[in-house]
Design a protein around this ligand. Sequence first.
Ligand SMILES: [Zn+2]
Length: 246
Amino acid sequence: MGLLGQTWAGLADLVLPGTCAGCGTTAPGSLCAVCLGTLDGLRPHPVRPTPAPSGLPACVALGGYDGVLREVLLAYKERGRHVLARPLGDWLAGTVAYGVRQAGYPDGTPVLLVPVPDTAAAARHRYGDHMCRLARRAAVRLNATGWPAGLAAAVRTRPRPDSAHLSAEGRAAEAAHAFVPRPRELARMAQAVGRGAVVVPVDDILTTGGTLTALADRLRGGGLPVPVAVVLAATRRRSGPRGNGA
Ligand SMILES: [Zn+2]
């Protein structure tokens, strides 16, 4: 996309203020009442890709990667509707709280969120790191409810090509090399964990689990336990191993 196209995408919220990101109908804000109700009705739950890579932490998701949630994530991530960071971050906060409880920690256990970082190129294209923005909002939300939460930039990304065309094996191999640990940040996090904090990787979409496995490996390499990872949406399997399932 040329510069003009990027500017246009970045301005989508200004030029199209009255369009629901979920269904495209005219709406007073960024979501219509119906789509807002649909998303508010989602309940976090445990998810697991099949097959799951060895080393993938327990995962929880707000919903499946389909319907309104998929449309809203795409609008936020690929169509520059940054205003959606607020509701999406709030839903992420609720999903994090559920995940931490699910992992056996009491309410209010300090949380260190580790957003999966965009590559530098993707962050440029999206006018900022999209998961970092969501995690920041989720931390604000958690803190507002009295649940201490902060962000940790535990790793940086290496430049890598888009993995959409790769097989599960190819993605796993590539993801394993995608992240470079930041030793000082990992040491700071280890101190927080020593004082009782829990480390929670967060991402937008769980597909094969390769990305979260690679991130968790880097965190464990820094001596940090990773009891649970949290995503907004998980892809659902469309068919069984022989193509005849649901
Ligand atoms: Zn709608």
